[in-house]
Design a protein around this ligand. Structure first.
Ligand code: G3I
Length: 395
């Protein structure tokens, strides 16, 4: 066990006892091996969380989130249907607690997401007669939503996924209700309303499969247009729903470089690596309307992931983080979509009830080989450098 790994072992031991092992100087978080400390000179390391992971329901899990990550994204609770379920009715109980948790722990909080075609209740797009709402009313609803939500967390949420999944694979704009009713201008308006509500917040366009050349080309053209029109866009989020083979490291490399050349920050916002078999066209496709038939051959690791696959996943993460590290400076954050394999949406997509293993921690909160591959991707700092992780010392 090398020094880095030994420190992690002590961290997990502390976790099992529902508390962190204290360090010699009493500051556990700066000395225990963690993703956030290992990457502190590179980019932020984030995770998407569910309510149990930031409320008092599960203290050990909450401690884990705080110990490993310095940025958090709510997996679902800031989406339109969660905070704004009915016309004129907002519900902020859960999101308030989430923001409080992040602020108290000095985390870089991401607001996910303001304008999306999914998880947005039907009423948003309908008039009193049940037909399509008119353009002006929809724009007014969008403005009210953005200004109420962003305004409430002004100065506390550091970056917003303003528009989510707005492009088709061929590089044209998705024919969402936003696009059909308002037209392309809804995108610029969403950024404008968000900027008015919090001029200090970073504002992002977030999407999946931007590594596909046609989709990327469309996105680049759109971002150029927005910039030329003076719209405030800070960055682009590559969701990073990958599998073991797609995308190739070179495609990731080119994608980050292409968006970076536009002068935008680039982030990996929803990273996971699907290890289960998929039909053609499945890889990286986060389109939630997609469904595949149940077939036992498509769920081969029901009880455990074989060691050879663990190693394959570890090599895949090492290769991805090798590319990310090359772009430190342009890349400002890497966020994992879920804490442990047991939390992943990929257990239920595109087929319900499978057992997937896409993340760095297993269902018992143990670090997988992939965790250590990510840790080891960062070159070890010289001895005595403050950036070198120190082993934890138990009292
Ligand atoms: O809250 C209800 C619960 O009351 C009900 O009993 C249960 C029955 O199925 O459903 C629960 O809602 C689920 C919700 O997650 C909260 O757990 C929805 O069915 C389920 O569809 C929803 O899935 C989320 C998905 O977005 C919806 O589009 C996933 O958790 C979430 O990880 C996923 O995240 C998206 C990103 O926001 C955008 N990029 C793609 C990514 C993966 O789809």
């Amino acid at each position: 066990m090398n020094m880095k790994h030994k420190a992690f072992f002590l961290l997990v031991t502390g976790l099992a006892m529902a508390s962190f092992a204290p360090c010699s100087n009493g500051n556990a978080e700066t000395e225990l091996l963690s993703l956030k400390n290992t990457y502190k000179n590179e980019f932020l390391i984030g995770v998407s969380v569910k309510d149990s992971q930031f409320m008092a329901k599960n203290p050990a899990e909450t401690a884990f989130v705080k110990g490993q990550f310095n940025s958090i994204t709510p997996e679902n609770l800031l989406k339109w249907d969660a905070v704004h379920p009915q016309l004129g009715k907002y519900r902020f109980e859960e999101s308030d607690r989430f923001i409080e948790f992040g602020n108290k722990n000095g985390m870089f909080i991401i607001g996910h997401t303001l304008v999306w075609h999914s998880q947005t209740a039907d009423w948003v797009f309908k008039n009193a007669q049940g037909g399509d709402v008119d353009r002006e009313t929809l724009l007014a609803r969008m403005r009210d939503h953005i200004q109420t939500v962003v305004g409430r967390y002004k100065g506390r949420v550091r970056g917003w996924d303003v528009v989510n999944e707005i492009m088709e694979e061929n590089g044209s704009l998705r024919k969402s209700p936003w696009q059909k009713i308002i037209g392309e201008e809804y995108i610029a308006k969403a950024f404008q309303f968000a900027h008015e509500a919090d001029p200090t917040a970073e504002l992002y366009y977030n999407d999946y499969r931007l590594e596909v050349p046609g989709k990327r080309k469309g996105a680049i053209a759109l971002l150029r247009k927005l910039k030329a029109a003076g719209v405030t866009v800070t960055g682009v989020g590559l969701q990073g729903h990958y599998d073991l083979n797609w995308p190739k490291p070179q495609e990731v490399d080119e994608t980050i470089a292409d968006f970076g050349r536009l002068g935008l920050k680039v982030m990996i916002t929803e990273l996971d690596v699907d290890v289960l078999p998929s039909r053609p066209g499945g890889a990286g496709n986060a389109d939630v309307s997609r469904k595949e038939a149940a077939d036992p051959k498509l769920n081969p690791y029901k009880t455990a992931l074989p060691e050879a696959m663990q190693q394959k996943l570890a090599r895949r993460y090492a290769e991805l983080f090798g590319v990310y590290l090359k772009h430190r400076g342009t890349l400002s954050r890497v966020t994992f979509w879920g804490l442990t394999d047991g939390d992943s949406w990929l257990d239920n997509f595109p087929i319900k009830g499978r057992t997937n293993y896409p993340l760095l921690f297993d269902r018992s909160y143990h670090a997988k080989p992939a965790y250590f591959a990510v840790i080891d991707a960062v070159p070890v700092a010289p001895v005595n450098s403050p950036s070198q992780p120190q082993p934890a010392v138990r009292r």
